[in-house]
Design a protein around this ligand. Sequence first.
Ligand SMILES: [Mg+2]
Length: 341
Amino acid sequence: MRLAIAPRRLRLREPIVTAHGTVTDRELLDVLVIGADGVTGAGEAAPLPSYDGVSLDDVRAALEDCRPVLAYADGLPRERVAAACRDAAVLPQAIAAIDLALWDLEGRRRGEPVWRLLGAETASAVEVNALIGAEDPAGATAQATAARAAGFRCVKLKAGIGDDAGRLEAVRAALGPDMAIRLDANGAWNVEQALDALAVLGPAGIELVEEPVHGVAALRAVQEATELTIAMDETSVGPGALGSGAARAVCLKLTRNGGISGLLEAAAIARAAGTEVYLASTLDGPLGIAGALHAAAVLGPLRPCGLATLDAFADLDVDRALTVRDGVMHPPSGPGLGVRA
Ligand SMILES: [Mg+2]
């Protein structure tokens, strides 16, 4: 199999502000795996340097490590090729790109969508949340109103930046009492700060709080001291974190877990520890979002997933299969991943 790698830059409509910093545009690597039979599988690598500390050059180098493996991979089963690439490429962001491309290739060869190859019987709807990125109450109110009008039943608000209470109050007022609001502090607080903040914010009605603090011990301390559902996010990549049961829920991401196969493995580890699972993107491109939706088809039921993020890009002509309607998305039904890059 041949490997082709091409960079792609996607501009964000508006900068996204988190406790890690501000993101204004997105650089991806489009990855093609081309079989000797001419069938092509497409994947993408989506490292986010300000978030995961991994550069595009690092990922490109890791992908190059897979090139010799793929050169002798024609005729071998997907699992074997994927395993050999996992051994060759140390970065999950690179492994994710190859994993996506190999699933896409197999689906295209068999004329089946990936969700069916994974063993799902139907392409069940995946409930997704809207992201409210505005830092000021007025901007957040406008985004919350738009999310409600679009049919979302869950929104996510960044916390640990500026006036969280004012923003939350404005958003709750705009949404009414029934919609779910989740918070994401991206590890901005220590245990004491988190418990103080949650005591103030909790009464507004919070579905869950993602990564209020960083680290297994700190998350466990917060979860044990609050009735609110705490979700592990960034912490989950640390050794033993996924299976620790430290938080009631965990947010899994395709890119940092090594693709569809890695997501399913991570979910199994978390669930064995009694932890609820949901999925989110790290501002992935269309192939990463599609891959997560296919995985969701076999992982359900899940809490609302953070996969409605393609809208954040300014000039991306989003594949119709990835449209968000009434707060849900579906795994695409075409062969392979079922979408074009
Ligand atoms: Mg998060």
